[in-house]
Design a protein around this ligand. Structure first.
Ligand code: 5CA
Length: 436
């Protein structure tokens, strides 16, 4: 993308309405614009980040054996009357009436709809277990939308739903998602700590929330820092081995981690003082086992082995995809701007042409830009070098490739690593070899 013709409206001033770093930086770096309270348009750079996060979430869901599908945003009220949640959900639900006076709603979550789809398509216990997911916009009419995309009204969620014949099976599905989540967050450059949680309006009796540490987080958290040393991405846990998954669950339960209701002072005291971490956290995902809470009232039965009917056991598993953009920035920024982890950055590198119009600089910058095939942003604006440096730092590209007249004449460029500030003076070929 060429910055001179890109809709990436960076701001020099700090927007007054933004109270936290990620919200300020998302507006200043031109990632999003608010179109109504708690509702955001994703501009090109922001949309690329959202797509990168979705891709990683998707790859890890697929690896765990979940099947991707897409359910609509609008749902009929009748489905929610069946489960009993239509009235219970309260004013957070956006209720809509169509031209035929039928009650609809903009989905805040999809337990009812997926149960309805499953009951019409799954007949026998032999077809279970199944895990289905989609990445779709949700609407919750939050009383106080705030902190930008962190607590929006319209937000992007990955929600998965599992169906099993019995409790043991449901527990395996739950643990598979637990492993998928730990791997997903690690690939996103985050440490998300799983904590036992309350189930709220989703219901059920087993739930973990995944919490990223950040000073602006909404919950107070306590955890054992030993958890941070575990490498889940490379771990040998296997999705198809229930005893492996049980070991994982035991490992998670073995580390102390709790939010302030759930905090247990006596157990906390047993964690060695040097390993006790206390702070605030952002919930980026939550998983629930809720058994037959929906399959029972919605009369979802499958044929069992000997003519009996089985009511499937269910769980649901959410990741706040759009919230993650804010959470990643909260966890990774400095005074100058965002520091994107490589895995989610909108552009792998920015090519800063410091002398637009000068033949050698233009040639070198264009040659580099072509090699990146869309993965780099070319700053070809007629701007001062200082403005280009400041914007590149603000936007947080993992690498900056600086093309200045002196080095360009010698066929060389300067590379800057955003996260560490390291600089390298390299030939064009060496720079490309390093980044591509
Ligand atoms: N049906 C279940 C799991 S699929 C469910 O809805 N879970 S949830 O309520 O915990 O939401 C899942 C995730 O969505 C949360 O962990 C959070 O990261 C994100 N989320 C929830 N509300 C908002 C909001 N108002 N703005 C942005 N993200 C949100």
């Amino acid at each position: 993308m060429r910055l001179s013709h890109a809709l990436i409206p960076t701001l020099k001033q700090t927007p007054a309405e933004a109270q936290i770093a990620s919200h300020r930086l998302m507006l200043r770096a031109g990632l999003v614009r608010q179109t109504a309270a708690g509702i955001y348009a994703w501009l090109p750079a922001g949309w690329r980040v959202l797509q990168n996060i979705s891709r990683i979430v998707r790859e890890e869901q697929d690896r765990a054996g979940a099947q991707e599908m897409l359910m609509p945003t609008l749902q009929t009220a009748d489905l929610w009357r069946e489960s009993g949640r239509y009235d219970a959900y309260g004013p957070e639900m956006l209720r809509i009436r169509d031209r035929h006076e039928r009650d609809l709603l903009y989905g805040p979550t999809n337990e009812e709809m997926i149960t309805d789809l499953a009951r019409s398509a799954i007949q026998s216990y032999r077809e279970l277990p199944q895990i289905l997911y989609h990445i779709q916009w949700k609407f919750r009419d939050e009383v106080r939308p705030r902190f930008g995309v962190m607590r929006g009204r319209e937000f992007l969620m990955k929600d998965a739903y599992s169906f099993d014949v019995d409790y043991e099976g449901a527990l395996v599905s739950y643990r598979r998602m637990m492993l998928a989540y730990l791997r997903t967050f690690q690939r996103l450059g985050l440490r998300a700590i799983p904590m036992l949680a309350d189930t709220g309006p989703i219901g059920g009796d087993l739930s973990h929330e995944f919490i990223v540490l950040a000073p602006t987080g909404e919950s107070q958290v306590f955890y054992d820092s030993d958890f941070e040393t575990f490498d889940f991405e490379k771990s040998e846990f296997r999705y198809d081995d229930p005893s492996d998954l049980e070991r994982l669950h035991a490992l998670i339960n073995g580390y102390y981690a709790a939010t302030s209701e759930k905090h247990d002072e006596a157990r906390w005291e047993q964690v060695p003082a040097a390993r006790r971490r206390e702070g605030r956290g952002i919930e980026v995902g939550q998983i629930f086992y809720f058994g037959r809470k929906y399959s029972d009232p919605m009369k979802f039965g499958v044929a069992g082995p000997n003519g009996t009917m089985i009511t499937p056991e269910m769980g649901s598993y959410g990741i706040g995809v759009s919230r993650l953009v804010g959470a990643i920035i909260e966890a990774s920024h400095d005074e100058a701007g965002i520091i994107w982890p490589d895995s989610v950055a909108p552009f792998r590198a920015a090519i800063l042409n410091l002398r637009v119009g000068e033949a050698t600089c233009d040639h070198l910058a264009e040659t580099l830009y072509a090699k990146f095939a869309g993965a780099a942003l070319l700053d070809d604006r007629d701007e001062r070098a200082g403005a280009k440096f400041a914007d590149a730092d603000l936007m947080g590209h993992p690498w900056q490739i600086i093309v200045g007249p002196k080095s360009a004449a010698a066929g060389r460029v300067e590379l800057k690593r955003r996260g560490t500030g390291e600089r390298f003076d390299l030939s064009l070929d060496d720079a490309l070899a390093r980044l591509l």
